[in-house]
Write a protein of this length. Structure first.
Length: 188
């Protein structure tokens, strides 16, 4: 959203440059040509631009209450409510639900339950990842996380730099693990 001054400057340049939208956009970097033409029409009709946008709600308070009541009385299903009533859009209805029920359960988009791992477990998983003998997938399974999560935690704990490759041995030396733990502590 552009301020009044930004919009006025764009329209004045548009008129100055002989109604050439490309020249204005090239100089200012905003807006797109359709928006600029709309602003210019408004300016020519009223000899000024509106100061603020006034957005009246599309739905009345009664409609909002009716939708929320239907939601509560019919199984708390947002999709069924919007389908039965024919309004509002799913996005608007989700916003109403979040305003009305701020503590309602949020669902994970992927379909899996979200698990919050303590920092200590993340550190241990990263240590096991860097000192691993098997695959990263095996380490992830052992910690009950995904392989992607392990690498994300590694990036968070160790930064952008990659941890140096640990020598591949049958039994990793305890000093290598200790060095890795110290490195994680130093980086935090």
């Amino acid at each position: 959203m552009y301020s009044y001054e930004e919009r006025k400057k764009a329209v004045e340049l548009y008129i100055q440059y002989g109604y050439r939208a490309a020249a204005v956009i090239r100089e200012l970097g905003y807006p797109d040509r359709h928006t600029l033409k709309r602003w210019a029409r408004e300016y020519e009709e009223d000899r000024d631009l509106h100061q603020r946008y006034r957005c009246a709600g599309k739905y009345s308070k009664e409609q909002k209450e009716a939708a929320l009541k239907h939601y509560a009385e019919h199984g708390r299903c947002a999709a069924q409510t919007t389908k039965a009533l024919g309004y509002p859009s799913p996005t608007v209805f989700r916003r109403w639900l979040n305003e009305t029920f701020p503590d309602r359960e949020k669902r994970c988009v992927s379909g899996k339950a979200m698990v919050e791992y303590p920092q200590k477990e993340k550190k241990q998983a990263v240590i096991d990842l860097c000192a691993r003998q098997g695959s990263a997938q095996e380490v992830a399974a052992a910690h009950g996380a995904s392989r992607v999560s392990l690498y994300k935690w590694k990036k968070q704990l160790l930064g952008e730099e990659r941890c140096s490759a640990m020598p591949k041995r049958k039994n990793p030396a305890s000093e290598d693990v200790a060095a890795l733990e110290k490195r994680i502590e130093d980086l935090q």
